[in-house]
Design a protein around this ligand. Structure first.
Ligand SMILES: Nc1ncnc2c1ncn2[C@@H]1O[C@H](COP(=O)(O)OP(=O)(O)OP(=O)(O)O)[C@@H](O)[C@H]1O
Ligand SMILES: [Mg+2]
Length: 318
């Protein structure tokens, strides 16, 4: 199945390799082929706004016909998520424990993983939102290490939420018993419990998102890298990790490849070194489709340049 036939694409890779550029180019190409497309960026530097030359925020903004884009700020998202968790927990535990639990949540907010959970929560909402059904979802994600943890998180999150759900059920049962003993009428069923309902909804949303992300007919993770030592090493590790978590990998995009006709001794030496790395990439990722993008001599900004980049890249693998 062709990469561009997938409904959901994630772009990841080491910092600065061109994730935002490539994700925006692919999203524009989809829109140009009359597919209703949503481009979701988590780049805190707001690079998507810059390269599309449109001011974006955390809700989908129309960019052109068939293309909407949004920028999620991981920090804002984390704060909203933490506030929400605090509220739910304080409703499901004994009042005397609330202060201590809140303190622990504040500590957790600083720990690695908090931003990933928050961003993933948002991704899950976007993917499962019945209100806006897009033909294509393009996610421009943060550098690899974090993103991978994020994609492997749903299981952890589900376990955690299941714990909260069963706690909440216990509270409900106790409440019901008490009301029976006290003889109050119409104790109400579990289905009237908004906290429990929200937890159940969140759990099924995570499960659904995980289902979408691991379904290879539906989704693919695309690694962007440059033909250099460190991006290659990092991508090799990342590919292994994602494979372990059953996240399908759709392709490798080698960005910033020097044009064939470089002039001068300096560039010729760079080209020579690059050749070695391109061979290494071919060998390391033989089972994956590879696309190459040449290094541009000007800025890769604006609709026409990006569309040109997508057209010359994705119509034929390297
Ligand atoms: N093929 C290319 N030719 C020339 N310049 C490029 C190319 N691809 C990307 N660039 C430039 O390289 C810089 C980094 O690209 P981009 O912002 O897309 O990387 P990124 O992986 O999203 O970075 P970050 O990890 O910071 O989010 C940008 O200035 C972009 O215009
Ligand atoms: Mg970026």
């Amino acid at each position: 199945m062709n990469l561009l036939d997938k409904r959901v694409l994630f772009f990841g890779g080491k910092g600065g390799v061109g994730k935002t550029t490539v994700a925006a180019a692919v999203a524009l190409q989809f829109a140009n082929q009359a597919k209703r497309t949503l481009l979701v960026s988590t780049d805190p530097a707001h690079s998507t706004s810059d390269i599309l030359e449109v001011q974006l925020d955390s809700e989908p903004t129309a960019v052109e016909e068939n293309l909407w884009a949004m920028e999620i700020d991981p920090e804002t998202e984390t704060q909203a998520y933490i506030d929400d968790v605090k509220e739910r927990i304080s409703e499901s535990i004994a009042p005397r424990l609330v202060k201590e639990v809140e303190r622990q949540i504040d500590v957790a907010r600083m720990s690695p993983g908090a931003e990933e959970s928050a961003v993933f929560e948002r991704f899950a909402k976007i993917l499962c939102d019945e209100d806006y059904q897009f033909d294509r979802y393009v996610f421009d994600t943060a550098p690899t290490g974090h993103t991978i943890r994020l994609l492997s998180l749903p299981e952890l999150m589900t376990v955690w939420i299941s714990g909260l759900i069963s706690q909440r059920r216990k509270v409900n049962i106790l409440g019901k018993m008490w009301r029976n003993v006290a003889g109050s009428a119409a104790a109400g069923s579990e289905h009237d419990d908004p906290v429990l309902e929200a937890l159940e909804a969140r759990k099924s949303r995570f499960e659904r998102a995980r289902e979408i992300i691991t379904n290879k007919d539906e989704s693919a993770f695309v690694f962007v890298l440059t033909p250099e030592r460190l991006p290659i090493l990092e991508t090799e590790r990342a590919v292994k990790t994602l494979q372990r978590y059953d996240v399908p990998i759709g392709a490798i995009v080698v960005n910033q490849v020097l044009p064939a006709e470089v002039q001068g001794e300096f560039l010729a030496r760079r080209k020579e070194r690059e050749k070695k790395y391109l061979e290494q990439i071919k060998e390391s990722f033989q089972e994956l489709t590879t696309f190459e993008i040449r290094q541009y001599d000007g800025d890769v900004v604006g609709r026409d340049v990006l569309l040109g980049l997508a057209n010359e890249t994705f119509n034929h693998p390297a």
